[in-house]
Design a protein around this ligand. Structure first.
Ligand SMILES: Cc1ncc(COP(=O)(O)O)c(C=O)c1O
Length: 369
């Protein structure tokens, strides 16, 4: 097959004059009385976009998740039910508080937390459920919220790659008690590093806000701190870039969904390939279009990924189950997550890809299988 010189990147942003103008404005004017102008505007714009009352922009989503865990009061002795299939930040932010993770399996069709696995994992110590809108596909929120209501558990949504995803017409991140998104460079809207917490709960917001700014209240004079807090707030320069991207979010979302449709057209009929496709009532961002090599396919997943790389196509293998990492003391059998870990691939969906690039990726995959 004809080689391409173009790097087919796994992810990467679309940067226009708007981003350059906003960042330039922040560099030139974002000081003195304007020192947090873009951060404030980003928080307002983002909250409006997802339909949340409150937003706090952070240096990264990991910090937003940590704030969420701390603000709902997680502590040593508590347990949180969490999907086993995610980037490790999802679990570590729980561990930061001293609470333990109880890892459960995923739905084979969406790779999000399987509600059928939750009940068996609940103990008297369970305080919350942490779900992930995996690769931009909404988790099964009705079922999860129903169980949370029944057992009086709080729900944290890790919506890192899911800016713009919807469940029954409502933006994800606002369906639980608190939601967190990422602006890291491979996400839907980027600022290099960046994150944001959203909530409709005033108490969670107030605690998170205090924790994010060193517990500072000025209640007993300037620089007074009332509690052990963190320096987690997002700077103005970063916010300027995130804000420009958020003003283009529909365009960026449409491109991701277009890229997915190019994959689906070409791969839907390939025997033994399962394409993760949005379920009814769900709008996926398709941040990372993903496939599973089913049993009938003999090709080795890691070999497929490395052969694609030789063709300048940069895909990603499925996440290792977080429960296997050394910091997790307990071990969990989660067979679906184990299968996706071994046989899953996320395909390139950088914003600069054209239909002809996707065509090249799909022809390469078919050849390698
Ligand atoms: C599901 C998930 N949660 C959390 C994070 C952490 O985001 P950040 O890199 O902004 O801290 C990521 C980042 O890739 C992620 O994919």
């Amino acid at each position: 097959m004809k080689e391409t010189k173009k790097r087919i990147s796994f992810a990467g942003p679309s940067i226009t004059q708007k981003e350059i103008d906003y960042v330039t404005d922040a560099v030139k004017n974002g000081w003195y009385e304007n020192y947090d102008k873009h951060t404030q505007k980003l928080e307002k714009t983002f909250a409006q976009y997802v339909g949340a009352k409150y937003a706090i922009a952070t240096h990264c989503c990991t910090q937003a998740l940590h704030l969420a865990c701390a603000a709902i009061g997680l502590k040593k002795g508590d347990e949180v039910i969490v999907t086993d299939f995610s980037w490790v930040a999802t679990a570590y932010c729980i561990f930061y508080t001293g609470a333990q993770c109880v890892f459960v399996d995923i739905d084979p069709d969406t790779w999000t937390l399987d509600p059928a696995c939750i009940r068996a994992a609940i103990t008297p110590k369970t305080k919350a459920i942490m779900l992930v809108h995996t690769f931009g596909h909404p988790a099964a929120m009705d079922e999860i919220r129903e169980i949370a209501r029944e057992y009086e558990l709080l729900v944290i949504e890790d919506a890192a790659p899911a800016i713009g995803a919807e469940y029954k017409g409502q933006k994800v991140g606002t369906l639980g008690d608190v939601g967190c998104f990422s602006f890291q460079g491979a996400k839907m809207t980027v600022s290099g590093e960046g994150g944001i917490l959203v909530t409709n709960d005033e108490g969670i917001y107030n605690r998170a806000k205090l924790l994010a700014s060193m517990g500072r209240t000025d209640s007993q004079g300037t620089f007074w701190s009332d509690m052990l807090g963190y320096q987690y707030t997002m700077g103005n320069l970063t916010a300027a870039l995130a804000l420009a991207q958020m003003e283009r979010v529909e365009e960026l979302l449409a491109k991701k969904r277009k890229i997915f449709s190019w994959y689906a057209q070409r791969l839907n009929t390939v025997q033994g390939l399962k394409i993760i496709t949005e379920k009814p009532d769900c709008k996926s961002t398709y941040c990372y279009p993903s496939i599973l090599l089913e049993e009938s396919i003999l090709a080795d997943r890691d070999q497929v990924v490395s052969e694609l790389k030789k063709r300048n196509i940069h895909s990603r293998p499925g996440f290792p189950r977080m429960s296997r990492f050394p910091v997790c003391e307990a071990r969990f059998e989660n067979p679906v997550a184990a299968l996706v870990e071994k046989r899953g691939i996320s395909l390139p969906s950088a914003a600069n890809l054209e239909e002809s690039d996707i065509d090249y990726v799909c022809r390469s995959i078919q050849e390698l299988l």
